[in-house]
Design a protein. Structure first.
Length: 249
């Protein structure tokens, strides 16, 4: 015999405070036990407990969003703007410190700025298979200082997730760039076809609130979007992680 209950608090802020305090306690537990709580699905109202930070689909609940904001540290900065991509992009001109482009020839193609210390890491697929190379991007990219391909003029090649494989939400791509106490600017060019997307960015030292945007999507073929991130960490030797994934179809 057993019994259960659903934790409920009078507003998301109080629930977030509970979540933050619980997270501090959970740091003493093994990794799997810690994150089993975060992904808890006890079958309460709406399919998940009102104290959990994400729902069964893996999206943040209202409490989860409030927790990210309440748990964020101080001392760092992270802000973003976004706009449609209207014209060809010259990566050499834009990427004065570094740039990266994926999918020129195949899914393993990773071109980046030559002659500099690389600050942009290769992508990591998240809960995804069926990655393919595409050559019909609605935006075109050029460069003249690259490696291993030195120069390209207005390529529309990229990597994408095959449309017929989008069977679940929260599948996409993750990559990281170097972050320090110096303010830097990163531009990220993304696209979507018949999908609603979510874009996230966060600092590894948690010194600024995570940035989340769910407004980008295309019913079919549409303009790409560029996110311009301005960031600085509170301590040196950190990273900025960027996560772009399907929010829903």
């Amino acid at each position: 015999m057993g019994s259960g209950f659903i934790l409920s608090y009078w507003n998301p802020t109080n629930e977030a405070l509970f979540a933050a305090a619980s997270a501090t306690m959970l740091q003493t537990l093994p990794f799997v036990e810690r994150y089993a709580w975060y992904l808890d699905d006890p079958g309460g109202p709406g399919g998940y407990s009102s104290s959990t930070l994400c729902n069964p689909a893996g999206n943040n609940t209202v409490v989860g969003t409030a927790w990210w904001q309440a748990d964020a540290g101080t001392g760092g900065t992270l802000s973003a703007t976004s706009a449609s991509v209207q014209a060809p992009v010259n990566l050499t001109t834009e990427g004065t410190l570094d740039w990266a482009q994926w999918g020129l020839i195949n899914t393993n193609s990773f071109n980046h700025k030559a002659g500099v210390t690389s600050q942009i890491g290769n992508f990591i697929p998240f809960r995804t298979s069926g990655i393919r190379q595409s050559s019909n991007n609605t935006a075109a990219f050029s460069w003249s200082d690259g490696t291993p391909t030195a120069s390209v003029t207005e390529t529309t090649s990229d990597i994408c997730r095959s449309l017929d494989s989008w069977t679940v939400t929260n599948v996409g791509f993750l990559f990281s760039v170097s972050a320090s106490t110096n303010t830097e600017v990163l531009k990220v060019y993304v696209g979507a076809y018949a999908a609603q997307m979510q874009f996230e960015a966060s600092l590894s030292d948690g010194s600024a609130p995570i940035y989340i945007d769910t407004s980008f999507g295309n019913q079919g073929t549409g303009l790409n979007r560029v996110y311009t991130l301005t960031f600085a960490s509170a301590s040196p030797g950190q990273t900025l992680s960027v996560f772009f994934f399907q929010h829903r179809e």
